[in-house]
Design a protein around this ligand. Structure first.
Ligand SMILES: Nc1nc2c(c(=O)[nH]1)N[C@H]1C(S)=C(S)[C@@H](COP(=O)(O)O)O[C@H]1N2
Ligand SMILES: [Mo]
Length: 448
Protein backbone atom coordinates (compact mmCIF):
# COMPACT_ATOMS: atom_id res chain seq x y z
CA UNK A 1 0.00 0.00 0.00
CA UNK A 2 1.26 3.46 -0.80
CA UNK A 3 2.14 5.96 1.90
CA UNK A 4 -0.79 8.10 0.79
CA UNK A 5 -3.29 5.35 1.52
CA UNK A 6 -1.72 4.62 4.88
CA UNK A 7 -2.31 8.17 5.86
CA UNK A 8 -5.91 8.50 4.80
CA UNK A 9 -7.66 5.21 4.36
CA UNK A 10 -10.80 6.36 6.20
CA UNK A 11 -10.98 9.49 4.09
CA UNK A 12 -10.52 7.47 0.96
CA UNK A 13 -13.40 5.14 1.89
CA UNK A 14 -15.53 8.09 2.86
CA UNK A 15 -14.97 10.05 -0.32
CA UNK A 16 -14.86 7.32 -2.95
CA UNK A 17 -15.32 3.77 -1.70
CA UNK A 18 -14.97 2.25 -5.17
CA UNK A 19 -11.65 3.91 -5.76
CA UNK A 20 -10.56 3.01 -2.24
CA UNK A 21 -11.25 -0.64 -3.01
CA UNK A 22 -9.34 -0.40 -6.24
CA UNK A 23 -6.35 1.27 -4.58
CA UNK A 24 -6.28 -0.91 -1.50
CA UNK A 25 -7.11 -4.23 -3.05
CA UNK A 26 -5.65 -3.74 -6.49
CA UNK A 27 -8.69 -4.63 -8.46
CA UNK A 28 -12.44 -4.16 -8.34
CA UNK A 29 -14.65 -6.84 -9.80
CA UNK A 30 -18.35 -5.97 -9.74
CA UNK A 31 -19.70 -2.78 -8.23
CA UNK A 32 -20.49 -3.16 -4.50
CA UNK A 33 -19.05 -6.60 -4.38
CA UNK A 34 -15.58 -7.93 -3.78
CA UNK A 35 -16.81 -11.42 -4.58
CA UNK A 36 -14.73 -13.73 -6.76
CA UNK A 37 -11.83 -11.59 -5.83
CA UNK A 38 -8.79 -13.63 -6.66
CA UNK A 39 -5.13 -13.45 -7.51
CA UNK A 40 -3.47 -10.14 -6.75
CA UNK A 41 -6.58 -8.52 -5.24
CA UNK A 42 -7.24 -11.21 -2.69
CA UNK A 43 -3.54 -11.49 -1.86
CA UNK A 44 -3.37 -7.72 -1.28
CA UNK A 45 -6.44 -7.76 0.93
CA UNK A 46 -5.21 -10.76 2.92
CA UNK A 47 -1.89 -9.03 3.44
CA UNK A 48 -3.72 -5.89 4.57
CA UNK A 49 -5.88 -7.67 7.17
CA UNK A 50 -3.15 -10.09 8.25
CA UNK A 51 -4.49 -13.46 7.12
CA UNK A 52 -6.45 -15.49 4.60
CA UNK A 53 -10.12 -14.54 4.33
CA UNK A 54 -12.32 -17.64 4.30
CA UNK A 55 -15.47 -15.67 3.50
CA UNK A 56 -13.83 -13.24 1.06
CA UNK A 57 -16.55 -13.92 -1.50
CA UNK A 58 -19.16 -12.29 0.76
CA UNK A 59 -17.16 -9.20 1.65
CA UNK A 60 -19.16 -6.11 0.73
CA UNK A 61 -17.32 -3.66 -1.50
CA UNK A 62 -16.78 -0.10 -0.40
CA UNK A 63 -16.75 -1.07 3.27
CA UNK A 64 -13.48 -0.52 5.06
CA UNK A 65 -12.50 -3.85 6.67
CA UNK A 66 -13.00 -3.73 10.43
CA UNK A 67 -9.30 -4.53 10.86
CA UNK A 68 -8.46 -1.19 9.30
CA UNK A 69 -11.28 0.93 10.63
CA UNK A 70 -10.18 3.63 13.02
CA UNK A 71 -9.05 2.56 16.44
CA UNK A 72 -8.54 -1.06 15.46
CA UNK A 73 -5.03 -2.36 15.90
CA UNK A 74 -3.13 -2.94 13.74
CA UNK A 75 -4.66 -0.09 11.82
CA UNK A 76 -2.41 1.51 9.23
CA UNK A 77 -4.49 4.66 9.54
CA UNK A 78 -4.45 4.79 13.31
CA UNK A 79 -1.00 6.34 13.38
CA UNK A 80 -2.14 8.83 15.94
CA UNK A 81 -4.15 6.15 17.75
CA UNK A 82 -6.76 6.82 20.40
CA UNK A 83 -5.86 9.49 22.97
CA UNK A 84 -5.81 7.79 26.39
CA UNK A 85 -7.87 9.47 29.11
CA UNK A 86 -5.95 10.83 32.08
CA UNK A 87 -8.55 11.43 34.80
CA UNK A 88 -8.58 10.43 38.50
CA UNK A 89 -10.01 6.93 38.97
CA UNK A 90 -10.81 6.46 35.28
CA UNK A 91 -9.28 3.81 33.04
CA UNK A 92 -6.69 5.16 30.61
CA UNK A 93 -8.28 2.83 28.07
CA UNK A 94 -11.14 5.29 27.68
CA UNK A 95 -10.38 7.44 24.65
CA UNK A 96 -10.61 11.18 24.64
CA UNK A 97 -12.75 12.38 21.73
CA UNK A 98 -12.88 16.00 22.92
CA UNK A 99 -10.47 17.85 25.17
CA UNK A 100 -12.32 21.10 25.78
CA UNK A 101 -14.96 20.34 26.90
CA UNK A 102 -13.75 16.96 28.14
CA UNK A 103 -15.44 14.05 26.36
CA UNK A 104 -14.24 10.44 26.56
CA UNK A 105 -15.74 7.21 25.27
CA UNK A 106 -15.47 3.60 26.36
CA UNK A 107 -14.20 1.05 23.80
CA UNK A 108 -16.88 -1.62 23.33
CA UNK A 109 -14.79 -4.39 24.92
CA UNK A 110 -14.62 -2.41 28.18
CA UNK A 111 -18.42 -2.57 28.43
CA UNK A 112 -18.17 -6.27 29.28
CA UNK A 113 -19.39 -5.92 32.91
CA UNK A 114 -23.08 -6.39 33.77
CA UNK A 115 -22.86 -3.09 35.63
CA UNK A 116 -20.44 -0.54 34.18
CA UNK A 117 -18.00 0.47 36.94
CA UNK A 118 -17.10 4.10 37.52
CA UNK A 119 -13.66 3.73 35.96
CA UNK A 120 -15.15 2.60 32.65
CA UNK A 121 -18.14 4.95 32.44
CA UNK A 122 -18.01 7.45 29.56
CA UNK A 123 -17.73 11.19 30.19
CA UNK A 124 -19.60 13.91 28.32
CA UNK A 125 -19.36 17.58 29.20
CA UNK A 126 -20.57 20.60 27.27
CA UNK A 127 -18.93 23.21 29.49
CA UNK A 128 -16.43 23.46 32.31
CA UNK A 129 -16.27 20.82 35.02
CA UNK A 130 -17.33 22.38 38.33
CA UNK A 131 -15.29 21.89 41.47
CA UNK A 132 -16.37 19.09 43.75
CA UNK A 133 -18.76 20.30 46.43
CA UNK A 134 -17.56 19.96 50.04
CA UNK A 135 -20.91 19.26 51.69
CA UNK A 136 -23.17 17.27 49.31
CA UNK A 137 -26.19 17.16 51.64
CA UNK A 138 -26.32 20.98 51.69
CA UNK A 139 -26.59 21.14 47.86
CA UNK A 140 -29.81 22.97 46.99
CA UNK A 141 -32.06 22.87 43.98
CA UNK A 142 -35.31 24.52 43.06
CA UNK A 143 -38.48 23.44 41.27
CA UNK A 144 -40.62 26.30 39.98
CA UNK A 145 -42.69 27.51 37.02
CA UNK A 146 -46.13 26.05 36.33
CA UNK A 147 -46.49 24.52 39.80
CA UNK A 148 -48.81 25.14 42.76
CA UNK A 149 -46.07 25.20 45.43
CA UNK A 150 -42.53 26.03 44.26
CA UNK A 151 -39.93 24.07 46.18
CA UNK A 152 -36.40 24.71 47.36
CA UNK A 153 -34.85 21.57 48.80
CA UNK A 154 -31.42 20.36 49.90
CA UNK A 155 -30.09 16.96 48.93
CA UNK A 156 -30.17 16.00 52.64
CA UNK A 157 -33.90 16.81 52.82
CA UNK A 158 -34.58 15.00 49.57
CA UNK A 159 -32.97 11.85 50.98
CA UNK A 160 -34.98 11.99 54.21
CA UNK A 161 -38.39 12.99 52.79
CA UNK A 162 -38.77 10.73 49.75
CA UNK A 163 -38.56 7.02 49.18
CA UNK A 164 -35.31 6.00 47.52
CA UNK A 165 -35.01 3.46 44.73
CA UNK A 166 -32.10 1.87 42.87
CA UNK A 167 -32.33 0.94 39.20
CA UNK A 168 -29.76 -0.40 36.77
CA UNK A 169 -30.27 1.67 33.64
CA UNK A 170 -28.46 2.66 30.47
CA UNK A 171 -27.31 6.23 30.00
CA UNK A 172 -26.43 6.93 26.37
CA UNK A 173 -25.27 10.07 24.62
CA UNK A 174 -27.64 11.23 21.87
CA UNK A 175 -24.68 11.29 19.48
CA UNK A 176 -23.57 7.71 20.10
CA UNK A 177 -22.60 6.14 16.74
CA UNK A 178 -22.09 9.55 15.09
CA UNK A 179 -18.68 8.63 13.62
CA UNK A 180 -20.31 6.13 11.25
CA UNK A 181 -22.13 8.84 9.25
CA UNK A 182 -20.91 9.69 5.77
CA UNK A 183 -20.40 12.48 4.92
CA UNK A 184 -19.22 13.13 8.47
CA UNK A 185 -21.69 14.72 10.87
CA UNK A 186 -20.51 17.49 13.16
CA UNK A 187 -19.92 16.86 16.84
CA UNK A 188 -17.95 14.44 18.99
CA UNK A 189 -17.04 11.42 16.89
CA UNK A 190 -18.46 8.65 19.07
CA UNK A 191 -18.16 5.07 17.91
CA UNK A 192 -20.42 2.94 20.17
CA UNK A 193 -18.82 3.94 23.44
CA UNK A 194 -21.02 6.86 24.50
CA UNK A 195 -23.04 4.55 26.72
CA UNK A 196 -22.87 2.72 30.02
CA UNK A 197 -25.20 0.95 32.41
CA UNK A 198 -24.96 1.84 36.11
CA UNK A 199 -26.95 1.28 39.30
CA UNK A 200 -28.52 4.67 39.97
CA UNK A 201 -29.87 5.52 43.42
CA UNK A 202 -32.24 8.40 44.04
CA UNK A 203 -35.92 9.27 44.12
CA UNK A 204 -38.62 9.33 41.51
CA UNK A 205 -38.83 12.75 39.90
CA UNK A 206 -42.60 12.10 39.76
CA UNK A 207 -42.81 11.87 43.58
CA UNK A 208 -41.23 15.31 43.93
CA UNK A 209 -43.37 16.77 41.16
CA UNK A 210 -46.48 15.49 42.98
CA UNK A 211 -45.41 17.51 46.05
CA UNK A 212 -45.10 20.74 44.07
CA UNK A 213 -48.27 20.04 42.09
CA UNK A 214 -47.82 20.52 38.35
CA UNK A 215 -50.54 22.84 36.98
CA UNK A 216 -52.55 21.65 33.97
CA UNK A 217 -50.63 24.22 31.88
CA UNK A 218 -47.28 22.56 32.78
CA UNK A 219 -46.36 20.41 29.80
CA UNK A 220 -42.55 20.51 29.63
CA UNK A 221 -39.50 20.59 31.92
CA UNK A 222 -36.42 22.82 31.65
CA UNK A 223 -33.23 21.80 33.45
CA UNK A 224 -30.46 24.03 34.80
CA UNK A 225 -27.11 23.36 36.43
CA UNK A 226 -24.00 24.95 37.89
CA UNK A 227 -21.41 24.06 35.25
CA UNK A 228 -19.98 27.16 33.63
CA UNK A 229 -20.19 27.77 29.90
CA UNK A 230 -16.83 27.25 28.16
CA UNK A 231 -16.60 31.01 27.65
CA UNK A 232 -16.78 31.48 31.41
CA UNK A 233 -19.85 33.71 31.01
CA UNK A 234 -21.99 32.84 34.05
CA UNK A 235 -25.14 34.29 32.45
CA UNK A 236 -25.06 31.65 29.67
CA UNK A 237 -26.41 28.20 30.51
CA UNK A 238 -24.02 25.54 29.19
CA UNK A 239 -26.76 23.12 28.26
CA UNK A 240 -30.41 23.32 29.25
CA UNK A 241 -32.67 20.63 27.95
CA UNK A 242 -36.09 19.42 28.98
CA UNK A 243 -38.62 16.66 28.39
CA UNK A 244 -42.35 16.27 27.92
CA UNK A 245 -44.07 16.08 31.29
CA UNK A 246 -45.12 12.46 30.61
CA UNK A 247 -41.44 11.40 30.58
CA UNK A 248 -40.81 13.34 33.81
CA UNK A 249 -43.68 11.36 35.37
CA UNK A 250 -42.24 7.99 34.28
CA UNK A 251 -41.51 6.06 37.52
CA UNK A 252 -37.97 5.37 36.24
CA UNK A 253 -37.11 9.05 35.66
CA UNK A 254 -35.06 9.95 38.71
CA UNK A 255 -33.26 12.58 40.73
CA UNK A 256 -30.07 10.67 41.51
CA UNK A 257 -27.32 10.98 44.16
CA UNK A 258 -25.80 7.48 44.03
CA UNK A 259 -23.96 5.51 41.34
CA UNK A 260 -23.02 1.86 41.85
CA UNK A 261 -23.56 2.14 45.61
CA UNK A 262 -21.27 5.19 46.01
CA UNK A 263 -22.07 8.90 46.23
CA UNK A 264 -22.52 10.20 42.66
CA UNK A 265 -19.00 11.25 41.52
CA UNK A 266 -18.49 14.90 40.60
CA UNK A 267 -17.64 14.12 36.97
CA UNK A 268 -21.00 12.36 36.57
CA UNK A 269 -22.92 15.32 37.96
CA UNK A 270 -22.54 14.78 41.70
CA UNK A 271 -23.84 15.48 44.16
CA UNK A 272 -27.16 15.40 42.28
CA UNK A 273 -28.34 14.90 38.70
CA UNK A 274 -31.32 13.78 36.66
CA UNK A 275 -31.54 10.43 34.91
CA UNK A 276 -34.06 9.97 32.10
CA UNK A 277 -33.31 6.42 31.03
CA UNK A 278 -33.74 5.48 27.38
CA UNK A 279 -33.62 9.07 26.14
CA UNK A 280 -30.70 11.04 24.76
CA UNK A 281 -28.25 11.53 27.66
CA UNK A 282 -28.32 15.31 27.30
CA UNK A 283 -31.71 15.38 29.08
CA UNK A 284 -30.06 13.89 32.17
CA UNK A 285 -28.78 17.17 33.63
CA UNK A 286 -25.71 16.89 35.85
CA UNK A 287 -25.05 19.25 38.82
CA UNK A 288 -28.78 20.00 38.99
CA UNK A 289 -29.74 23.41 40.40
CA UNK A 290 -33.19 24.06 38.97
CA UNK A 291 -36.14 22.52 37.16
CA UNK A 292 -38.65 24.91 35.64
CA UNK A 293 -42.02 23.52 34.59
CA UNK A 294 -43.02 25.29 31.39
CA UNK A 295 -46.26 25.78 29.48
CA UNK A 296 -44.50 25.15 26.17
CA UNK A 297 -41.67 23.12 24.71
CA UNK A 298 -38.37 24.24 26.28
CA UNK A 299 -36.04 26.36 24.11
CA UNK A 300 -32.74 26.36 26.06
CA UNK A 301 -29.31 25.54 24.59
CA UNK A 302 -29.55 22.07 23.06
CA UNK A 303 -33.29 22.25 22.31
CA UNK A 304 -33.38 24.19 19.02
CA UNK A 305 -32.04 24.09 15.45
CA UNK A 306 -30.71 20.66 14.61
CA UNK A 307 -29.36 19.89 18.14
CA UNK A 308 -30.66 16.59 19.49
CA UNK A 309 -33.08 16.42 16.58
CA UNK A 310 -33.81 13.91 13.84
CA UNK A 311 -35.16 14.56 10.36
CA UNK A 312 -38.90 14.14 9.73
CA UNK A 313 -38.41 13.47 5.99
CA UNK A 314 -35.04 12.14 4.79
CA UNK A 315 -32.63 14.84 3.58
CA UNK A 316 -29.85 14.66 1.01
CA UNK A 317 -26.71 13.77 3.01
CA UNK A 318 -24.49 16.82 3.36
CA UNK A 319 -27.10 19.27 2.06
CA UNK A 320 -28.37 22.36 3.90
CA UNK A 321 -30.84 21.51 6.66
CA UNK A 322 -34.35 22.95 6.77
CA UNK A 323 -35.09 23.52 10.49
CA UNK A 324 -38.80 22.82 9.86
CA UNK A 325 -37.91 19.26 8.88
CA UNK A 326 -36.68 18.31 12.38
CA UNK A 327 -38.22 16.73 15.46
CA UNK A 328 -36.74 16.26 18.92
CA UNK A 329 -34.76 13.07 19.54
CA UNK A 330 -36.36 11.37 22.53
CA UNK A 331 -36.05 7.58 22.86
CA UNK A 332 -32.73 6.24 21.57
CA UNK A 333 -32.69 3.62 18.78
CA UNK A 334 -31.87 -0.07 19.23
CA UNK A 335 -28.15 -0.96 19.50
CA UNK A 336 -26.02 -4.00 20.29
CA UNK A 337 -22.29 -4.26 20.88
CA UNK A 338 -19.88 -7.17 21.03
CA UNK A 339 -18.00 -6.78 24.33
CA UNK A 340 -15.82 -9.92 24.06
CA UNK A 341 -13.59 -10.61 22.29
CA UNK A 342 -12.18 -7.15 21.63
CA UNK A 343 -12.02 -5.77 18.14
CA UNK A 344 -8.71 -6.85 16.60
CA UNK A 345 -8.40 -9.97 18.78
CA UNK A 346 -5.80 -12.53 17.69
CA UNK A 347 -6.67 -16.12 18.55
CA UNK A 348 -4.43 -19.18 18.41
CA UNK A 349 -4.17 -21.11 15.15
CA UNK A 350 -6.60 -24.01 15.16
CA UNK A 351 -9.30 -22.16 17.15
CA UNK A 352 -12.62 -23.37 15.74
CA UNK A 353 -15.12 -21.92 18.19
CA UNK A 354 -15.26 -18.41 19.57
CA UNK A 355 -17.41 -17.49 22.55
CA UNK A 356 -19.01 -14.09 22.21
CA UNK A 357 -20.47 -11.77 24.83
CA UNK A 358 -22.31 -8.55 24.28
CA UNK A 359 -24.91 -6.06 25.38
CA UNK A 360 -27.98 -4.60 23.72
CA UNK A 361 -30.56 -1.96 24.53
CA UNK A 362 -33.33 -0.07 22.77
CA UNK A 363 -34.22 3.26 24.41
CA UNK A 364 -37.76 3.08 25.82
CA UNK A 365 -38.27 -0.36 24.24
CA UNK A 366 -36.77 -3.76 24.95
CA UNK A 367 -34.64 -5.97 22.71
CA UNK A 368 -36.45 -8.85 21.05
CA UNK A 369 -33.40 -10.60 19.61
CA UNK A 370 -29.72 -10.24 18.80
CA UNK A 371 -28.17 -12.17 15.91
CA UNK A 372 -24.54 -12.59 14.90
CA UNK A 373 -22.84 -13.32 11.59
CA UNK A 374 -19.30 -14.48 10.80
CA UNK A 375 -19.65 -14.39 7.01
CA UNK A 376 -20.38 -10.74 6.25
CA UNK A 377 -24.11 -11.11 6.79
CA UNK A 378 -24.73 -14.05 4.47
CA UNK A 379 -25.99 -16.17 7.37
CA UNK A 380 -27.02 -15.21 10.89
CA UNK A 381 -27.43 -17.15 14.11
CA UNK A 382 -29.41 -16.15 17.19
CA UNK A 383 -27.70 -15.35 20.50
CA UNK A 384 -28.85 -16.23 24.00
CA UNK A 385 -30.43 -13.01 25.20
CA UNK A 386 -30.84 -12.26 28.91
CA UNK A 387 -33.79 -10.45 30.42
CA UNK A 388 -33.18 -6.95 31.80
CA UNK A 389 -32.85 -6.74 35.61
CA UNK A 390 -35.43 -3.96 35.57
CA UNK A 391 -36.89 -1.73 32.88
CA UNK A 392 -34.17 0.29 31.03
CA UNK A 393 -31.41 -2.12 32.04
CA UNK A 394 -29.38 -3.35 29.09
CA UNK A 395 -29.76 -6.96 27.97
CA UNK A 396 -26.61 -9.04 27.95
CA UNK A 397 -26.21 -11.78 25.35
CA UNK A 398 -23.88 -14.68 24.64
CA UNK A 399 -23.21 -16.88 21.63
CA UNK A 400 -20.65 -19.40 20.40
CA UNK A 401 -19.73 -19.22 16.72
CA UNK A 402 -17.90 -21.86 14.71
CA UNK A 403 -15.21 -20.80 12.26
CA UNK A 404 -14.21 -23.23 9.50
CA UNK A 405 -10.47 -22.56 9.35
CA UNK A 406 -7.69 -20.16 10.30
CA UNK A 407 -7.85 -16.68 8.84
CA UNK A 408 -9.38 -13.25 9.09
CA UNK A 409 -13.03 -12.92 10.11
CA UNK A 410 -15.41 -10.14 10.91
CA UNK A 411 -18.08 -10.83 13.48
CA UNK A 412 -21.16 -8.70 13.11
CA UNK A 413 -23.97 -8.24 15.64
CA UNK A 414 -27.39 -6.73 15.11
CA UNK A 415 -30.31 -6.30 17.49
CA UNK A 416 -34.03 -6.00 16.85
CA UNK A 417 -36.24 -3.98 19.20
CA UNK A 418 -39.62 -5.02 20.57
CA UNK A 419 -41.31 -3.15 17.69
CA UNK A 420 -39.41 -5.24 15.11
CA UNK A 421 -36.91 -2.55 14.10
CA UNK A 422 -33.43 -3.85 13.31
CA UNK A 423 -30.05 -2.13 13.29
CA UNK A 424 -29.05 -1.16 9.74
CA UNK A 425 -25.77 -1.78 7.86
CA UNK A 426 -25.10 1.93 7.43
CA UNK A 427 -26.38 4.82 9.55
CA UNK A 428 -29.96 5.72 8.65
CA UNK A 429 -31.45 9.17 8.00
CA UNK A 430 -28.36 11.35 7.67
CA UNK A 431 -28.68 14.58 9.66
CA UNK A 432 -26.09 17.34 10.12
CA UNK A 433 -25.44 16.63 13.81
CA UNK A 434 -25.41 12.87 13.39
CA UNK A 435 -28.10 11.46 15.68
CA UNK A 436 -29.55 7.98 15.40
CA UNK A 437 -26.39 6.29 14.04
CA UNK A 438 -27.17 2.76 15.23
CA UNK A 439 -25.19 0.82 12.64
CA UNK A 440 -24.62 -2.84 13.52
CA UNK A 441 -21.36 -3.43 15.37
CA UNK A 442 -18.56 -5.43 13.77
CA UNK A 443 -15.23 -6.63 15.07
CA UNK A 444 -12.16 -8.07 13.39
CA UNK A 445 -10.84 -11.43 14.62
CA UNK A 446 -7.70 -13.09 13.33
CA UNK A 447 -7.03 -16.78 13.87
CA UNK A 448 -3.40 -17.40 13.06
N1 LIG B 1 -24.99 20.10 33.57
C1 LIG B 1 -24.72 19.30 32.53
N2 LIG B 1 -25.42 18.17 32.40
C2 LIG B 1 -25.18 17.32 31.39
C3 LIG B 1 -24.21 17.64 30.40
C4 LIG B 1 -23.49 18.85 30.56
O1 LIG B 1 -22.62 19.20 29.75
N3 LIG B 1 -23.77 19.65 31.63
N4 LIG B 1 -24.01 16.77 29.34
C5 LIG B 1 -25.14 15.88 29.03
C6 LIG B 1 -24.83 14.89 28.03
S1 LIG B 1 -24.79 15.41 26.44
C7 LIG B 1 -24.69 13.56 28.36
S2 LIG B 1 -24.52 12.37 27.18
C8 LIG B 1 -24.65 13.11 29.78
C9 LIG B 1 -23.32 12.44 30.09
O2 LIG B 1 -23.24 12.04 31.41
P1 LIG B 1 -21.88 11.48 32.02
O3 LIG B 1 -20.78 12.49 31.79
O4 LIG B 1 -22.15 11.25 33.45
O5 LIG B 1 -21.56 10.20 31.30
O6 LIG B 1 -24.83 14.19 30.68
C10 LIG B 1 -25.72 15.22 30.25
N5 LIG B 1 -25.89 16.17 31.32
MO1 LIG C 1 -24.75 13.53 25.10
Amino acid sequence: MSEKIERSIEELYRDDPQRADAEVFGRVTEPNRRGFLGGAGLAAMSAAVGGAIPFAANMPGGLIPAAMAQGTPPAPAAKKGPIPLNFPGKSDKLSVIGERPLVAETPEHLLDDDTTPYEKFYIRNNGQIPEETKDPDKWKFVIEGEVNKPLEITLGELKSKYKAQTRRMVLECGGNGRSFFSPPASGNQWTNGGAGCAEWTGVRLADVLKTVGVKPAGIYTAHYSSDLHLSGDASKPTLSRGVRIAKAMDPDSMIVWGMNGQPLPNIHGGPVRLIYPGWAGSASQKWLTKIVIRDKEHDGPGMTGTSYRLTINPMVPGSKADPKNFKILESMPVRSIITSPANGAKLAAGTREVKLRGASWAGDLTVRRVDVSTDYGMTWQPTKLEKPKNKYDWQRWTAAVKLPRDGYYEIWARAMDSNGRMQPHTPPNWNPSGYGGNTMHRIAVLIA
